[in-house]
Ligand binder design. Structure first.
Ligand code: ATP
Length: 237
């Protein structure tokens, strides 16, 4: 196995008095795609938001490239090389496609290479170059998802967090989006992927974690886990 880039160890997360994550540990090795699957409310987004610095764990440790990062602010995570595509895309509808992309390179290190990175993103998603001067509200759902991924890539992450990137999209569009995840991975960027679609997720990843009720119930390589074990862990039955 490759070296861990991200190590989450025994984290607990609360929303006021609601205990959302229980003793969660997870690793993303350098250059791999790791998936988290689980039903609605399992805690997947809470986990990604905690890694991205949007939420703070009440205990436990998060390390990125051997540096302790739990408790850092989101902009510090981005500067360190962790970038998130949030659930629901959260693009800026009244900004153009190009302005949205530029929002992704506000950290100084990324700003220096802005033109070079933008060129790469346009190669990955040619439609974004064609639409660069349009307000992003005018894009289709799939194009908006490409824009959200492009914006996250503008900061030149070493780890990209992808939260339900297939949500609400047509099967063909989902296929295209997952093709680009492959391309992103082939550029050496590690990915932590949250997905409700079990089969889609297993196909895309090197390792999978199954969450249920705020806990990791199962982990392993897709080929090593039986459908029955995954189903049991997913539904908690
Ligand atoms: P989904 O697939 O539906 O997005 P999820 O696995 O991502 O689900 P989370 O959104 O992480 O699940 O939610 C985990 C639990 O935390 C749920 O019970 C949810 O109701 C609760 N929760 C999420 N956000 C908040 C919040 N801001 N305040 C209180 N509870 C919250």
């Amino acid at each position: 196995m490759a070296k861990p880039l991200l190590r989450v160890q025994h984290i607990e997360v609360f929303y006021h008095d609601f205990h959302a994550l229980w003793d969660v540990s997870l690793e993303v090795e350098k250059g791999l795609v790791v998936s988290i699957i689980g039903a609605n409310g399992a805690g997947k987004s809470t986990l990604l938001n905690t890694i991205a610095g949007v939420l703070r764990p009440s205990s436990g440790i998060i390390e990125f490239d051997h540096k302790r990062i739990d408790g850092w602010m989101p902009y510090q995570m981005v500067a360190e090389g962790i970038s998130m595509v949030p659930e629901g895309r959260r693009i800026f509808p009244r900004l153009t496609v190009l302005e949205n992309l530029e929002m992704g390179c506000y950290v100084p290190k990324a700003r220096q290479k802005r033109d070079q990175v933008l060129k790469k993103i346009y190669e990955l998603f040619p439609i974004l170059e064609k639409r660069k001067n349009q307000f992003s509200i005018t894009l289709s759902g799939g194009e908006q998802q490409m824009l959200a991924i492009g914006r996250a890539l503008m900061s030149q992450p070493r780890l990209i967090l992808l939260d339900e990137i297939s949500l609400g999209l047509a099967p063909l569009v989902i296929k295209n989006i997952y093709q680009t995840v492959k391309q992103i991975h082939s550029e050496g960027i590690s990915a932590l992927l949250v997905e409700q679609d079990i089969q889609r997720s297993l196909k895309a990843c090197h390792k999978v974690y199954v969450m249920q009720s705020g806990k990791i119930r199962l982990e392993g390589r897709p080929g090593e886990l039986s459908q029955e074990d995954i189903r049991k862990a997913y539904f908690g039955v």
